[in-house]
Design a binder for this molecule. Sequence first.
Ligand SMILES: Nc1ncnc2c1ncn2[C@@H]1O[C@H](COP(=O)(O)OP(=O)(O)OP(=O)(O)O)[C@@H](O)[C@H]1O
Ligand SMILES: [Mg+2]
Length: 242
Amino acid sequence: MSAPLLDVHVERMRFAETTVLQDVHLRLEARERISLLGPSGCGKSTLLRIAAGLERDFSGEVRVNGGDRAATTLGLVFQEPRLMPWLTVAENIGFAEGAACDRARVAGLIEEVGLGGFAEALPKQLSGGMAQRVALARGLYARPALLLLDEPFSAVDAFTRMKLQVLLLELAERHATALLLVTHDVDEALYLSDRVLVMDGRPSRVRQTLRVDLAHPRDRRDPRLAALKADALTELHSAQVI
Ligand SMILES: Nc1ncnc2c1ncn2[C@@H]1O[C@H](COP(=O)(O)OP(=O)(O)OP(=O)(O)O)[C@@H](O)[C@H]1O
Ligand SMILES: [Mg+2]
């Protein structure tokens, strides 16, 4: 059996005297889509940062494809698009490689995220939803096997959010990219994911795993999603809140 794409075990992660995460296990297979739900402050962003290799001061282990993380690229998308205001849309997408970037790939990604005609626009000329489309394209530019997303759509209106969710699924499918998504939106987690992990309050661990065995495209009004939502909300209400 081959190793999972991502295998995280956090024995303990603490900031000063406060233990934030304790005995957290997270395994994610290639192309799998997992969402993390949990009370505010429970450590979801910290867990994502650990998975991304941005946080190293913890006891435990992160393995990517059974070993070296350098062998597999990870893409990151945050709540704010974090675009460079002085660079165009195209330059922001190829930012990691600067002038040496693959212009054809950048142009292809601009079309894929629905921003045809905006390659030379500056971030200040974009709506919040458009800026987040740029962030998705930039996250995919380096052909990541896994995209890590921390509340990527929480700053946009409900209708834009649904369109961005559909886009994210299309992109994940086309680029064969696994997704690890932090969200506070139970509907979003269930619509997008194969598995939803509900986390406990501090010290946090995975409290419950909900499997969403429904094919895509999913119907948001599917009663099976409603039943899973009820389960997720029960777990969230029971999660210890500080
Ligand atoms: N750099 C830091 N220094 C000290 N404490 C921190 C630091 N980063 C996070 N924390 C604390 O760790 C806990 C978990 O933070 P984290 O941002 O991971 O939570 P979260 O689940 O993502 O919350 P939210 O849902 O509000 O985004 C919080 O109590 C936070 O105050
Ligand atoms: Mg967070």
